[in-house]
Design a protein around this ligand. Structure first.
Ligand code: GAR
Length: 215
């Protein structure tokens, strides 16, 4: 069984999708700890409901950003966490945590990286006027939304989309691909070679999506 630690800042709907897949028996994992950096993060309510231990750390109460991440790494290591899952954690992870969990931290981002990294990926895509956007699960390195890609999923974008409508469409897919990436990891099927994540048992389906469809 894979021991998970989850870091979140807010609503925690991705955290919930992972809890649900574990409870349904589709991922052989156990969530050992939730850590939040916001006192009012709703993710905490979800942890309570599912009897998952949680901690709140206020980054401002640490002498430096590195000290904040050293503390997080210590708490995760103490609980034998093997994979760290960033679920709407709105901070750039720093070296002490990355060094403690090399290629063992995952993040989900609401755009097709490397397009639209950083905050409000959905708004950036809607404002740019792209026809296709989506979401990306990737391993975390020291760059922002930069590490090796594990899974991506695409959605069409309408010229009438707003940040809200596009976010809702993308979120549905986030809730599918994040648990899937964790399942692949828990089954030992992911191997990182430089920037490339090799997936054992993966078969490419040669399908193309054209949006808007060709007339
Ligand atoms: C999700 O859309 C996630 O992709 C995004 O924050 C939201 C959190 O929702 N993360 C980022 O933008 C990271 N750069 P949730 O708290 O309901 O899971």
């Amino acid at each position: 069984m894979l021991n998970l630690g989850v870091l979140a800042s807010g609503r925690g709907s991705n955290f919930q999708s992972i809890i649900d897949e574990i409870e349904a028996g589709r991922i052989n994992a156990s969530i050992k700890l939730l850590i939040v950096d916001k006192a009012d993060a709703y993710a905490v309510e979800r942890a309570k409901k599912h009897s998952i231990g949680y901690l709140y750390f206020n980054p401002k109460q640490f002498p430096s950003k590195d000290d904040f991440f050293i503390k997080i790494a210590d708490e995760l290591k103490t609980r034998d966490v093997e994979l760290v899952v960033l679920a709407g954690f709105m901070r750039i992870v720093r070296k002490p945590l990355i060094d403690a969990f090399p290629n063992r931290i995952m993040n989900i981002h609401p755009a097709l990286l490397p397009s639209f990294p950083g905050l409000h990926g959905q708004k950036q895509a809607a404002d740019y006027g792209v026809r296709i956007s989506g979401c990306t699960v990737h391993f975390v390195d020291e760059g922002m939304d930069n590490g090796p890609v594990i899974i991506q999923a695409a959605v069409p974008v309408s010229p009438d989309d707003t940040e809200e409508t596009l976010s809702a469409r993308i979120l549905k897919l986030e809730h599918r691909i994040y648990p899937e990436a964790i399942r692949l990891y828990s089954e030992g099927r992911l191997r990182v070679e430089g920037r490339i994540v090799k997936i054992s048992g993966y078969e490419l389906k040669d399908e193309y999506i054209v949006n808007p469809p060709l007339g």
